[in-house]
Design a protein around this ligand. Structure first.
Ligand code: GCU
Length: 372
């Protein structure tokens, strides 16, 4: 497979320094991803307010925040839930989940392996969640939503290059970050955006664009997440660009359809999305039996992204070898890159969370417990 070189400038030559990466190449890639893959993002709200209520549930402080945003067509809102650890010292960091399953309720004890709130808070971290469906519905005929309609006149078709659900979810994570920056108990320099599968595609896109996220977690994100498009079905029946566009026409802009069956024509590939997180921490997690997501492809993408981390002297992937297949159920951690391959199928499980909670994600030190 031919990977585009992430450092190759569109104007010729190579971005061989942090200055040319940040000053030119990064912007080139972001605009190519916007035009061809994820679509143009919703603009910043002209006005934004946060309405916070607090309660203590099962000994855990929970804040429910109504985020109200205003665009040219009016004002709408969506919710953020924030759960704080009990400890009397500041949280070690915050996991902000783009939750596409609507599976987080007001009670932390009603949580699941996918969002194990008591485990997360007991480990000393805060947990925040936005419900993706409140921002854009996950329905193939419903890519409009009250939030999208604040910025696009109702009754008018979205432009072909307008982002749809995945882009809107990523935008929602940035609005959640706007709130977290104001919360007295949260250190905004230690926020990880996390998503599983379709949520992982959105968390990568959020983290690529919004440099406030100190860590970006892709859990089994697969096609149009960490998996390189050019691998096609990866020889294992993985989801191709054509298949994802056919099955989920509400996730990406119309412009992405031009690459159905023609991935080589894409000006970018997904390792460059991971690279856009540099020098912040990128976390890629795959599962051995998750063929649809192409675990080998996700691994190769992770390794290929290190080329950009190298510019910062942070290209150590933590892996003993750049060759597939690494040991399973082992967390590999470099100063700014983390990877694990869980045995089993598609999912965000207790084992994945254990790797994140033990993974010292907010530190560049070789190891340690990350405590301040
Ligand atoms: C489907 C889809 C994937 C997606 C997954 C999920 O399997 O093909 O692209 O990641 O759903 O969100 O669980």
């Amino acid at each position: 497979m031919r990977y585009p070189n992430p450092l190759q400038l569109n104007t010729g030559g190579s971005a061989d320094s942090v200055a040319s990466w940040e000053g030119q190449r990064r912007e080139e890639l972001l605009s190519e991803f916007r035009e061809n893959v994820y679509g143009q993002s919703l603009p910043l709200p002209t006005e934004q307010t946060f309405d916070v209520t607090e309660a203590e549930v099962d000994g855990i402080v929970r804040r429910n925040v109504t985020i109200s945003v205003t665009g040219p067509e009016g004002t709408g809102s969506f919710d953020l839930r924030l759960f704080l650890p009990k400890a009397d010292r500041p949280p070690l960091g915050t996991f902000l989940m783009i939750d596409h399953r609507g599976s987080v309720g007001d009670s932390p004890s009603a949580s699941s392996d996918y969002a194990p709130i008591p485990t997360i808070t007991e480990a000393g971290y805060a947990f925040a969640q936005i419900d993706a469906e409140q921002i854009a519905p996950d329905e193939s005929d419903g890519y409009r939503s009250p939030i999208i309609d604040l910025f696009h006149p109702e009754g008018e078709d979205l432009p072909d290059d307008a982002g749809r659900a995945i882009s809107a979810w990523a935008w929602g994570a940035s609005r959640a970050m706007d709130y977290l920056e104001t919360d007295p108990d949260i250190d905004p320099a230690r926020v990880a955006v996390i998503g599983h599968s379709r949520g992982g595609k959105a968390s990568l896109w959020a983290g690529a664009q919004d440099t406030r996220f100190a860590a970006v977690i892709s859990n089994n994100s697969g096609s149009t997440g960490a998996k390189p498009a050019r691998r096609g079905d990866g020889g294992v029946g993985a989801e191709t660009v054509e298949r994802i566009n056919d099955s989920f026409p509400h996730w990406f802009p119309q412009t992405y359809r031009a690459f159905d069956g023609d991935e080589d024509a894409l000006p970018v590939d997904q390792h460059e999305l991971l690279a856009l997180v540099a020098p912040r921490r990128i976390v890629v997690a795959s599962a051995t039996d998750d063929a649809n997501a192409d675990p080998e492809g996700e691994f190769l993408s992770y390794v290929a992204a290190s080329r950009v981390y190298d510019l910062y002297g942070l290209g150590d992937t933590g892996l003993p070898s750049p060759d597939w297949k690494p040991a399973t159920d082992t967390g590999f951690r470099g100063p700014a890159m983390s990877y694990h391959l869980r045995s089993g199928g598609h999912g965000l499980t207790a084992a994945d969370w254990r790797t994140y909670l033990d993974g010292d994600l907010f530190s560049r030190e070789p190891s340690g417990d990350g405590r301040r």
